[in-house]
Design a protein around this ligand. Structure first.
Ligand code: F6P
Length: 551
């Protein structure tokens, strides 16, 4: 076992927390007993305000959680990540996405090399492309300016830029439209390309590896689409840019070397928004907006790096999550942005949290001895209220939730925003307080319905507020979660930066591909799998003969 590995579940602090969980007061009682509770369990960081007082914590719990973090040497791990240590040990890589948003000129070492100049050069190249497209110096084959930017990527090469483009809608440059194609389902690409003018379309192929099946298949089909629609072969290069840590593969695909943006092995795919993977954001909202996004994230990095754990927003968010997950048995966590422009945040955090911390092996390869990442899901408020909130209020499982909102909206439309905020606040209050049967009876209505109207309460929520959804606030919010994920990985003793679990399915798909009958064709009965998989292949293959073409 490496010297840094300790089993936290056998520690004194873990035992203390286990005991505290048995005696934790209800939140309703805790609020009634302490008028200062909200202030004491809140903190501010990089323009964000976090109120985690509506969790079942007490001073003793928080104290014990911070002691647990000390036992796990969270501060040492934090120093190691910022020092460029190869903390992604299974892949032998540093984890330095914070370097991507540091524009102070500070040095960032990776294997003895300062990578800050490489980052600055790539940013300058991004700005150069944005400027050239803005001025009309870079156009498509017809000489007309680009209007549509189709980002072809998946996972971290899709979710981050897609979320940011949507979130920063008020900053969009008129006449431009970014589109995102990720799924290998051909309908995704076909739908995105329908009605597009090839002469004014720029494809951004984003893939760290440049081997991902979905992205390579979509990129090849996009290239064919362009070739079929009058672009001469020599002009194709004008319509493609690439972002990759595998620049040779990008060039082999046909992207002009000058249009290949670099990514590095020390940037994890799900942490790559801050690199040239954010090009779609820069093109849709302007390079200045993208820079502000980086600044917001950098401000959170500085906070995380320097603040003591007791006042450290990402660390506290992580510790409260560990309390809920490991000591109160919460297995699912909802991400609930009360902001339509953050509609993709749950999907983004699903990858960030579940791909990072959905692990059952510790860093030393031994099985974990405590639960790791919960299931993450969510929807924007208030939509979720009319869908799954019933379970949050009265279900048999306790689900924790983050509620996220901005005090001001980008638009003034009647009292929509006041109503949105009222719902945000009411939900967290209701989840905390609940309603007893007596209260339900006292509220009137049929007495026999009182048990149905009662809500247990004591459902943990954390409220995260920002003044408005500015580029800086978005950057800070995403960096907050990135560091939270890192802290939880340290506490759980796992490597948050690899993703071996996704390999097996990819390998099997490559084998099965040869067993799927081509359109209109046939294949012999499947025999190489379990009876279910064989049966499903045969069922599909028997129906691959078209009954009547429908396209
Ligand atoms: O399969 C998972 C994954 O490797 C993610 O971690 C990553 O974000 C995604 O695939 C896309 O990878 P790439 O950028 O190399 O195409």
């Amino acid at each position: 076992m490496p010297r840094d590995m300790i089993d936290l579940t056998t520690s004194e602090e873990w035992r203390t927390l286990t005991a505290l969980a048995r005696s934790a007061p209800t939140m309703r009682a805790a609020f009634a007993a302490d008028p200062d509770r909200a202030r004491r369990f809140s903190c501010s960081a990089a323009g964000l305000f976090l109120d985690f007082s509506k969790n079942r914590i007490t001073d003793e719990v928080l104290h014990a959680l911070i002691a647990l973090a000390a036992r796990a040497d969270l501060e040492g791990a934090r120093a190691a990540i910022f020092a460029g240590a190869p903390i992604n040990a299974t892949e032998g890589r540093a984890v330095l996405h914070p370097a991507l948003r540091d524009r102070t000129g500070a040095a960032w070492p990776v294997r003895g090399e300062n990578v800050a100049p490489l980052i600055a050069a790539e940013l300058a190249k991004m700005k150069g492309l944005c400027d050239a497209i803005g001025s009309g110096a870079a156009t498509g084959y017809s000489g007309r300016p680009f209007e549509t930017f189709v980002n072809i990527g998946i996972g971290g090469s899709d979710l981050g830029p897609q979320l940011a483009v949507e979130a920063l809608r008020p900053c969009w440059i008129d006449g431009r439209r970014a589109a995102f194609v990720s799924n290998i389902d051909g309908q995704h690409l076909a739908d995105a390309l329908a009605g597009l003018d090839p002469a004014t379309t720029l494809f951004i192929v984003a893939s760290k590896t440049f081997t991902t099946e979905e992205t390579m298949t979509n990129a090849a089909s996009a290239r064919a689409w362009l070739q079929e629609r009058s672009a001469r072969d020599a002009d194709l290069a004008r319509h493609f840019v690439a972002i990759s840590a595998n620049p040779r593969a990008a060039r082999d695909f046909g992207v002009d070397a000058a249009r290949v943006f670099r990514l590095w092995d020390w940037v994890g795919g799900r942490f790559s928004l801050w690199s040239a993977v954010g090009l779609a954001v820069a093109l849709q909202t302007g390079f200045e907006t993208f820079s502000r996004l980086l600044d917001g994230a950098h401000a959170m990095d500085e906070h995380f790096r320097n603040a003591p754990l007791a006042a450290n927003a990402p660390a506290l968010l992580a510790l409260v999550g560990v309390w809920n997950r490991n000591f109160l048995g919460v297995g699912a966590h909802a991400v609930l942005p009360y902001d339509q422009h953050l509609a993709r945040l749950p999907a983004y955090l699903q990858q960030a949290e579940m791909e990072s911390n959905g692990k059952s092996r510790r860093r030393d390869g031994a099985p974990v001895t405590a639960k790791t990442a919960p299931v993450v899901f969510g929807e924007p408020g208030t939509n979720g209220q009319h869908a799954f909130f019933q379970l949050l209020h009265q279900g048999t499982d306790v689900v924790s939730a983050d509620f996220i909102a901005a005090a001001r909206s980008s638009i003034r439309l009647g009292d929509h925003h006041e109503r949105l905020l009222a719902n945000f606040l009411a939900q967290t209050e209701a989840l905390m307080r609940g309603r007893t049967e007596e209260e339900a009876r006292a509220a009137g209505g049929e007495a026999r319905l009182a048990p149905h109207r009662a809500c247990p309460g004591d459902r943990p929520t954390t409220s995260i507020l920002m003044e408005e959804l500015s580029p800086e606030a978005l950057g800070a919010l995403l960096a907050l979660y990135e560091h939270k994920i890192f802290c939880q990985g340290v506490l759980w003793g796992i490597n948050s930066f690899d993703q071996w679990g996704v390999e097996l399915g990819k390998t099997l798909a490559a084998t099965i591909l040869g067993e799927i009958a081509p359109h209109g064709g046939a294949r012999p009965p499947a025999t190489r799998h379990d009876s279910s998989t064989n049966q499903l292949i045969d069922w599909i293959n028997a129906r691959r003969e078209p009954k009547g073409e429908k396209r």
